[in-house]
Ligand binder design. Structure first.
Ligand SMILES: Cc1ncc(COP(=O)(O)O)c(C=O)c1O
Length: 386
């Protein structure tokens, strides 16, 4: 008998054409990097010292997370001007794990969550491995990335939650305040939960930025954050969920989240004990990453200014920028050609389900010289093709 594997895992796990091209021609100008620890960002050498606290020799599991760590996370929200009670916080090993817990909390197998497109592609995979269906709602740059209320209102009857990435990856767009109010009202009316992924909120790319959507009591809301972006330490594996909502709903939701967290107890003790210190010390890393993103975005604008057929879709925040080019060439062909002929790697828009062709996604994290040279090569190639 043939062994059965769950269809939660894609049948074809082989490398796609772009991955194959990269393996054959490792790019010198990699504008896809998302790992902040590999981009020449200066990390204080003693940053991880707090992990050596001898208190970590004792195991004191708490399914919601150690109180001292949750107090530190509440302090982060206070820094952003939002009051989040410690009792409403649940720690996780990552934001990805937070999604997994919430999908288990909210959905029966096969039920739906609404996910914006274009957006963070891992969300789809996370839902699928939890046995949850995703239904898209569309974000259009030509409409300021605003939500279409009619589209959301027409969602399937088995919808249980809406995911918003704020600011969005890769578009850098925030949830518009008017849309936030309408979405919260719709969630309250339909009994949907609102999941707001705010991992990039600390990285505004305009003077204005946006506020956290945590702490709202109109509908059941789960705001997600974590060390992986806020202080550029993905390897420490600490994320969090800030829950809020109407009385009568929030308590039962938190009890059930605690039950789920208790079945795994996946957050390591040393990182919880060190959380306050890491968040305080990590401010310099956050500032260095933010400065890198600002200066690379400025460099991108400068190169693009000389190429009238190219357009930067101005991001409001985050670690990436979207470049629109005339769809004279297929995105995949272009990305492969850039790898093979120019040694430049970028991501095609179709990885993120853009509504139309002709988009490339560029990470703003690479070292300045690599970024600038990569963008210049990209612009030259596009001019030759156009
Ligand atoms: C929008 C978004 N959410 C969540 C994550 C994952 O974060 P974590 O490392 O905490 O799982 C990423 C990683 O790139 C992301 O882009």
């Amino acid at each position: 008998m043939a062994l059965h594997f769950s269809s939660r895992i894609p049948a074809d796990l082989g490398p796609n054409r772009i991955t194959q091209a990269r393996a054959a021609h490792p790019p010198a100008y990699d504008l896809t990097v998302s790992n902040p620890t590999r981009c020449g960002i200066p990390y204080p050498p003693d940053l991880l010292q707090p992990l050596a606290d001898p208190a970590g020799l004792v195991y004191r599991p708490d399914p919601r997370g150690l109180a001292e760590a949750r107090r530190a996370v509440a302090g982060e929200y206070a820094r952003q001007g939002v009051a989040v009670p410690v009792e409403h916080l649940v720690l996780t090993a990552s934001t990805s794990e937070a999604y997994a817990l919430l999908f288990k909390l909210l959905c029966e197998p096969g039920e739906a969550v609404l996910i914006g497109v274009p957006s963070y592609p891992l969300c789809d995979h996370l839902a699928r491995v939890e046995g949850v269906r995703t239904e898209p709602y569309h974000l259009d740059p030509d409409h300021g990335w605003r939500l279409d209320p009619h589209e959301l209102a027409a969602a399937p009857a088995d919808t249980r939650a809406v995911v918003v990435v704020h600011p969005n990856n890769p578009t850098g767009s925030y949830l518009d305040p008017e849309d936030a109010a309408a979405l919260r009202a719709l969630c309250a009316e339909r009994g949907w939960a609102l999941i707001v992924d705010e991992v990039f909120l600390d990285f505004p790319l305009t003077a204005v930025g946006a506020r956290s959507l945590a702490g709202c009591a109109t509908c059941l809301t789960f705001a997600l954050g974590g060390l992986s972006k806020s202080v550029g330490l993905p390897q420490l594996k600490l994320g969090w969920i800030a829950a809020s909502g109407p009385d009568g709903v929030l308590g039962p939701a938190l009890e059930r989240l605690e039950y789920l967290a208790d079945t795994f107890l996946s957050v390591a003790t040393p990182v919880q004990l060190a959380a306050a210190e890491l968040l305080a010390r990590g401010g310099t890393v956050r500032a260095a990453i933010a400065a890198r993103c600002w200066s690379n975005l400025a460099a991108l604008r400068e190169v693009v200014r000389g190429h009238p057929s190219l357009e930067v879709l101005e991001p409001g925040g985050g670690w990436s920028a979207v470049l629109r080019f005339p769809a004279v060439i297929d995105e995949e062909d272009l990305v492969v050609e850039l790898i093979e002929r120019d040694s430049v790697a970028v991501q095609p828009g179709f990885y993120f389900d853009f509504l139309r062709d002709g988009h490339l996604v560029l990470s703003l994290l690479p070292e300045a010289a690599i970024f600038r040279a990569g963008v210049a090569r990209l612009a030259t190639r596009l001019r030759q093709l156009g």
